[in-house]
Design a protein around this ligand. Structure first.
Ligand code: FAD
Length: 403
């Protein structure tokens, strides 16, 4: 007989308890549409153009993909979602998701938003982490030049110094507020610069606990070694390593650039290699739990199973603050809510920002849900299954009202 897993992701009534019938039906339609990626991509393109031309389509986007994957346009409008997740034991990670801007004013505005998420999280157990992307507050062209060892002109040097100052302010504010802060992993051609900044902040602020977390993308074939090196550095210098593990979001871009510029691709040869390193990295972090604080950011059922088993096997409390599982809002509720119900620390990234500005983020989510056969059909199947379950329950107990 197969051993029973310590948490099951099959329970759709737990997964969707926070969704009304009407919302589930809307979700069913949305995920069904994702079976037609061509039309969906056309839709996103049209939405992009339409918003630029001032067409009145904001409402349509807001009531469909935006509502599914985002919390609101600002922090205040995210609060009901934060409360809702909290009532099921799921934490929220507010993620200001405006991307792709290169103006100074935008970097400053994004920094102000990140500082606001830190203030919002201070003393609030329902907001266990803050998060940001360095590309939101720094010019990545300058960072790319730094990593490539190119000489910067005066304006670029000043831009770099300003970026460093912004990042310094964010880490200092998080440490002051006692709010753990994660830095997202980005493209390999400027990630080294981010790593240097984050490692140095960890050595400063992670003396008694982990405040600052860096991201390790296991789709890179050098990342397990980099994780081990980071652990070695933490041991040698006596600080705690904050490690968020992900598989990685920029695989196509990475491969294309490597091919175009003629250097070896940093990406693993195949999905199996990524999966193997991800689970090894989980194992490495839990084996070294005295020194590493872990956030596992994945929608992969098996990796979430591995994590929950490791926690139990090591005799850790399921709500030990050193270990969190995280998923994105609007995806993999079966994982998040079942993990939370079983007592494991679980949180959702909740993106927010003006509708027109979060379109790049939304395009990626659509891409992900239409591109990954397993993931796409899993969401759709689970929604259908839950609607059928409710219908059956109502016909057996006709007094149960529709919500
Ligand atoms: C909470 C959270 C935070 C995140 N933060 C970041 C971040 O900071 N930076 C970032 O880059 N991404 C981030 N992501 C996205 C993440 O990297 C993945 O793109 C996404 O979660 C899909 O991977 P998975 O583990 O959930 O699922 P799976 O479906 O098991 O894995 C899909 C992933 O496997 C890898 N893969 C697929 N095919 C191949 C192949 N042929 N060869 C090698 N590898 C392959 C790719 O990374 C792909 O995204 C985050 C995700 C979550 C849930």
């Amino acid at each position: 007989m197969e051993p029973k897993p310590n948490v099951s992701f099959e329970n759709t009534s737990v997964a969707f308890a926070h969704r009304s019938d009407a919302t589930l039906k809307k979700m069913r339609l949305l995920f069904k549409l994702m079976h037609y990626p061509f039309w969906l991509h056309m839709g996103i393109k049209l939405a992009n153009g339409g918003l630029k031309w001032g067409l009145p389509i904001q409402g349509l986007i807001k009531s469909t993909v935006f509502e599914q994957f985002c919390g609101g346009e600002d922090i205040a409008s995210c609060r009901p979602r934060i409360q809702e997740l909290a009532s099921y034991g799921v934490g929220t990670i507010l993620d200001y998701s405006v991307e792709g801007k290169k103006e100074l004013s935008s970097f400053e505005a994004t920094k102000a938003q990140i500082l606001q998420t830190i203030r919002e999280g201070s003393g609030n157990p329902h907001l266990p982490f803050a998060v940001f992307k360095v590309s939101g507050i720094a010019n990545v062209d300058v960072l790319t030049k730094v990593q490539a060892g190119e000489v910067l002109d005066q304006a670029e040097t000043e831009a770099l110094q300003r970026a460093e100052k912004r990042i310094g302010e964010i880490f200092a504010a998080a440490a002051e507020a006692g709010v753990r802060i994660m830095v997202d992993g980005e493209e390999s051609w400027f990630q080294d610069v981010i790593d240097r900044w984050v490692l140095s902040a960890m050595a400063t602020y992670n003396r008694e606990t982990a405040i600052v977390y860096n991201t390790f993308q296991l789709y890179r074939h050098d990342m397990l070694r980099r994780l081990k090196d980071a652990h070695h550095d933490a041991v040698a210098k006596g600080y705690f390593l904050g490690a968020k593990l992900v598989r990685g979001a920029y695989m196509e871009k990475e491969r294309e650039r490597a091919k175009e510029k003629g250097y070896p691709s940093p990406i693993q040869p195949d999905k199996e290699a990524t999966d193997r390193d991800y689970d090894r990295a989980l194992q490495f972090c839990i084996n070294n739990k005295q020194r590493i604080f872990l956030v596992s950011g994945t929608h992969n059922e098996l990796s979430n199973q591995v994590l929950s088993e490791l926690v139990d096997l090591h005799g850790m409390k399921r709500n030990d603050p050193r270990v969190y599982a995280a998923q994105l809002y609007g995806m993999s509720d079966a994982i998040s809510f079942n993990l939370a119900k079983a007592g494991y620390n679980t949180a959702k990234y909740l993106p927010y920002g003006p509708v027109a500005e979060v379109l790049p983020y939304l395009s990626r989510r659509v891409e992900e849900n239409s591109g990954m056969a397993g993931q796409r059909s899993r969401e759709y199947k689970q929604i259908k299954q839950e609607l059928a379950r409710r219908k059956k329950a109502r016909s057996s107990f006709p007094t149960i009202g529709k919500n």
